[in-house]
Design a protein around this ligand. Structure first.
Ligand code: HEC
Length: 148
């Protein structure tokens, strides 16, 4: 009896492991990190302008959040996004923001505003801009920022 149970449980664990690895294999691995300088200062400046015009009224001038809108920087924001990818954040914004008028911004504007949000999260600027293709953005993982 005991032995059968062990075999059944063991087989279950192996099966779950196989399912998990095939799900993982279907997604391209996130090979880069926001810690590596994935946007540049120019893009960050453009994103600042987009943010001020389209997002600040709800999310606050310094991304602190507003009456209804959540913060886009700091620990509450990071606990939602850490471990996900820049592509996930980009898609979230592209599909649902600005609240009440999603789809208003171009892909380029969305990528720029994501660069600005990352810069405000104290991630370093680098040499190249964030791409606006979601498949490429999904390769960039959102790791925790280094503490000051
Ligand atoms: C009219 C107010 C309003 C505007 C303008 C607005 N947002 Fe939002 N945003 C919200 C609200 C409310 C939520 C939470 C409810 C929801 O998820 O839809 C939210 C949620 C979010 C989230 C998810 C945060 C999280 O941690 O889950 C992101 C990211 C975001 N907004 C980005 C943006 C960006 C970027 C812009 C500008 C392009 C923008 N928002 C403009 C009201 C707004």
């Amino acid at each position: 009896m005991k032995i059968t149970n062990t075999i059944i449980i063991g087989a279950g664990v192996v099966f779950a492991g196989l399912c998990y690895s095939s799900v993982r294999a279907a997604q391209p691995a996130a090979t880069k990190s926001v810690l590596e300088g994935v946007f540049n200062e120019e893009q960050q400046k453009r994103g600042d302008a987009v943010y001020a015009a389209e997002c600040a009224s709800c999310h606050g001038a310094t991304l602190e959040g507003g009456e209804m809108a959540p913060p886009l920087a700091g620990s509450a924001f990071m606990s939602n996004w850490q471990g996900l990818t820049v592509g996930d954040l980009f898609e979230r914004i592209r599909i649902s923001m600005p609240d009440g008028n999603p789809g208003k911004l171009s892909r380029q504007q969305n990528a720029d505003v994501v660069a600005y949000i990352l810069s405000m999260g104290r991630y370093p600027a680098g040499k190249t801009e964030l791409p606006k293709e979601v498949e490429l953005l999904k390769q960039i993982k959102i790791d925790a920022a280094k503490q000051e």
